[in-house]
Design a binder for this molecule. Structure first.
Ligand SMILES: [Zn+2]
Length: 471
């Protein structure tokens, strides 16, 4: 592999960044950092951004007495700030109101039509503004959208353009079965397969009544359905940015499980219809509940990344989120458990190992060291990030086993009490172990890894402030 392209969903600007967005983006950051170590910085492209069109944004803007563009301009920077504060280094932040995105999306839709995959029709059905989508009978629960029980779905009947999804879905089914593109976890892949096997209808890909959107190129009375145009961001960024064309197709789309259908079926259908190569892998992760309850604005239990950073620091937050649950499963955030884990693994575990080793090294004026074998710099543990199932938790487990092992070595050999020469050789071994741990930590806790390296690479090892103050 000579390049790697990873994406997060682009986040809808009617919401401000919360821990769910942070989790997805953090996962992409770890993977991007891993591949930068493997392939070099210039061969990795990490894209995130904001989804800024559609009825929901227009409505939120109106409530704020702003134009939709002004509104989007005020929310998009909040995502950028959140990612900066978590030390998430994306390569590009796309906004779907960028003219150059609009141009590529338009061209793509025109190509799909020229290829004969778009037909005109009339759409009748229930529309949920909260989801910005039509709901089928099977999706409605007591006549309401299950995700937006407080909002009445709107009955809409309008002339639309439709994508021939019924025809395309047969091709998609074959491609998933043959493994031409992968969906993980497998349980989610199976859900998609069984839904495809039940058969799907053509879908409406334009809107007559929504003016806040990209005009359909051949019919200025319609705009492109916001979901369709938003999906196109993954492709458009590679086309309008200099030198990025070679990154298409994407190697990995990371998405929340609620939007997997759009990414594994609708998006692929659009690409097949446009004669473009398909992304290679789609990973759907689970959701966090807060103290066992669904996170929601109405419950007032939405956690912002900032709240976590204030409590646990940047790397503390990164560690707690990434180690909370196997990637792909649902998890729960409970402050008391996070506090416990922070103290046990970070303050006592990693922090204490670094502090006591540095102190002993300082007492014998031990010079800093370099890892001898450069290939070891990318450790075995983080290779797990490369696996299809993105084993963040297992990788972190392995790193923490090394931390325990080093601690045990100090205790069993009573390193602090050894005579000078033996003490020096024991500390040299410990320093090498610690530098390996730092190398392993790089994609996960970049700031901590850097601090450890600075401290132990020399010229002389010195004790410093604790990495993770106890709570
Ligand atoms: Zn809804």
């Amino acid at each position: 592999m000579s390049k790697f392209y990873v994406t997060t969903p682009i986040y809808y600007v009617n919401d401000v960044p919360h821990v769910g967005h942070a989790y997805t983006t953090l996962a992409a950051d770890v993977i991007a950092r891993y591949y930068r170590l493997q392939l070099g910085k210039n061969n990795v492209f990490f894209l995130t951004g904001t989804d800024e069109h559609g009825q929901k944004v227009a409505q939120a803007a109106e409530e704020n007495k702003q134009t939709p563009k002004e509104y989007a301009d005020s929310v998009a920077p909040r995502f950028k700030e959140a990612w900066k504060s978590l030390k998430i280094y994306y390569d590009y932040f796309i906004r779907t109101t960028e003219k150059r995105h609009e141009a590529v999306a338009s061209q793509l839709l025109q190509k799909i039509r020229d290829n004969g995959y778009i037909v005109e029709g009339v759409y009748k059905g229930w529309y949920c503004v909260g989801c910005e989508k039509f709901l089928t009978k099977t999706e409605l629960v007591n006549g309401r959208c299950p995700l937006h029980i407080n909002k009445e779905p709107v009955y809409q009947e309008e002339r639309n353009y439709f994508l021939k999804l019924k025809e395309l879905s047969k091709v998609i089914l074959e491609k998933i079965k043959s493994g031409e593109y992968e969906i993980h976890p497998i349980s989610k892949k199976n859900e998609i397969l069984s839904r495809l096997e039940l058969g799907v209808e053509d879908i409406s890909i334009s809107r007559e009544g929504v003016s806040w959107g990209i005009p359909v190129p051949w019919d200025k009375n319609q705009t492109i359905y916001v979901w369709v145009e938003a999906l196109m961001n993954y492709y458009s960024a590679t086309q309008f940015l200099d030198g990025k064309k070679r990154f298409w197709p994407a190697d990995l789309h990371i998405v929340g499980k609620d939007i997997l259908w759009f990414h594994s079926v609708i998006w692929q259908a659009l690409l097949i219809a446009a004669d473009l190569p398909l992304p290679k892998h789609i990973f759907a992760h689970g959701f966090f509940t807060i103290d066992g309850q669904k996170m929601s604005k109405s419950l007032g239990n939405v956690i912002s990344p900032k709240e976590l950073i204030v409590r646990y620091g940047v790397d503390g937050t990164r560690y707690l989120l990434l180690s909370a649950v196997k990637f792909g499963s649902d998890g729960d955030i409970e402050y008391s458990k996070f506090d416990e884990k922070y103290n046990a693994d970070l303050a006592n575990g990693l922090g204490n190992l670094i502090a006591r080793t540095a102190k002993m090294a300082e007492s014998v004026n031990l010079p800093g060291r370099e890892l001898k074998d450069i290939s070891l710099n990318i450790g075995v543990a983080i290779q797990l990030v490369k696996s299809d199932v993105k084993e963040f938790t297992r990788a972190l487990d392995l790193i923490w086993k090394k931390i325990s092992k080093a601690d045990k070595f100090i205790n069993e050999n009573k390193v602090w009490a050894l005579e000078r020469n033996l003490k020096i050789s024991a500390l040299e071994k410990l320093t090498d172990d610690i530098l390996q741990i730092a190398a392993d930590l790089k994609p996960f806790l970049p700031e901590t890894a850097e601090k450890i390296e600075r401290q132990f690479k020399g010229p002389e090892i010195k004790s410093e402030n604790p990495l993770f103050p106890r709570l």
